[in-house]
Design a binder for this molecule. Structure first.
Ligand SMILES: C[C@](O)(CO)[C@H](O)COP(=O)(O)OP(=O)(O)OC[C@H]1O[C@@H](n2ccc(N)nc2=O)[C@H](O)[C@@H]1O
Ligand SMILES: Nc1ncnc2c1ncn2[C@@H]1O[C@H](COP(=O)(O)OP(=O)(O)OP(=O)(O)O)[C@@H](O)[C@H]1O
Length: 287
């Protein structure tokens, strides 16, 4: 048998850090949503009891470092599944971008193997398994739009953003999430974005207010290390995006655009200095 799962990218509409915890993780408040830029996973049963990962993308690990491999191993161990699986990853989400590509592949693997092997694992349990794999994985399991607290694994569903275009641009630099959190001085954050006000904007369905409430405290760390991310954000706004923000720990910057007529101009303008640019829709907005 063969099954397919879609693994969409996430963006953080706001990301605040409250403090560093004794376990080394940071207590966060994030508003997260999904965009229509997705990897596609094909999972097929194997005769031999092994996990095989393949991908058309030449630049991701295919061994136990791959988050889809880790998800498959976890579910096999926890539910004593003595069956093999071949997972093919058709990668479309830029890697190490701040878009949770690997986390979403892991979440799609949990959902997919639950179906392929007929395990009937309840969603709450899949969320817990996800949290063992990474802080972004539970949100990728649940999807939709959510307020994420704790280290990112405590989720509360909130209203979807009003539908709009999302221009996603990834500069050709690598950023380590651990390094960005490591460099953040959480007691010296100048301006905290407000989860409450962002949720208020979503409840009102106000695109304008949502753009005003965009904020990410990790920006000041990544922008200091990589000024080209700042330039990209400024370029996005100059070209006419209604709002722009770095996603997660970066380096990807996304711009929100309400008018379709502006999309081509912004896309083409950014392509001038950035190879990886995508114009997509929100996955969960009201059509
Ligand atoms: C930046 C975000 O992508 C925003 O959604 C997430 O907060 C990070 O999620 P992630 O990549 O799934 O993170 P993990 O794989 O769990 O952790 C990677 C590293 O980031 C740091 N980390 C992550 C999450 C968090 N709340 N506090 C942290 O300090 C830790 O040093 C950790 O070792
Ligand atoms: N399935 C996968 N797809 C992409 N990268 C993977 C995968 N599994 C493991 N990795 C490794 O994880 C690293 C981070 O990749 P990923 O695309 O998940 O980062 P990210 O978008 O910054 O994630 P996040 O936003 O959760 O921090 C890469 O350097 C890659 O080597």
């Amino acid at each position: 048998m063969k099954i397919y799962e879609k693994a969409p990218a996430k963006i953080n509409l706001m990301l605040d850090v409250l403090h560093k915890r004794p376990d080394g993780f940071h207590e966060v408040e994030m508003v997260m949503t999904m965009i229509d830029l997705a990897d596609r996973l094909e999972m097929s049963e194997q005769k031999r009891d092994t996990i095989i990962i393949t991908s058309q993308a030449g630049y991701i690990p295919l061994d136990e470092k791959n988050l889809a491999f880790q998800a498959a191993r976890l579910i096999k161990e926890r539910y004593d599944v003595r069956k093999g699986v071949h997972i093919h990853l058709d990668k479309k989400i830029p890697v190490a971008a701040g878009l949770a590509g690997g986390s979403s592949d892991a979440a799609a693997t949990l959902r997919g193997l639950n179906r392929l092997w007929g395990l009937n694992i309840p969603k709450e349990e899949l969320l817990k398994l996800g949290a063992e794999l990474g802080s972004d994985v539970p949100f990728c399991v649940s999807g939709g739009t959510a307020l994420a607290t704790g280290r990112g694994e405590v989720l509360k569903p909130i209203p979807s953003p009003p539908q709009c275009w999302v221009i996603v641009a990834k500069p050709p630099i690598n950023v380590s999430t651990a390094e960005v959190y490591g460099r953040l001085r959480s007691d010296q954050i100048q301006a905290h974005p407000s989860a409450e006000r962002m949720i208020g904007a979503l409840e009102q369905g106000s695109f304008h207010q949502m753009c005003k409430e965009l904020g990410n405290v990790l920006e000041e760390v990544t922008l200091k290390m990589h000024p080209e991310v700042q330039q990209l954000k400024e370029g996005m706004l100059k070209l006419g995006a209604d709002g722009a923000l770095m996603s997660g720990s970066g380096p990807t910057v996304f711009g929100l655009v309400s008018r379709e007529s502006k999309v081509a101009r912004i896309y083409n303008g950014l392509r001038g200095f950035c190879k990886e640019v995508y114009a997509v829709r929100l996955l969960t907005g009201n059509a």
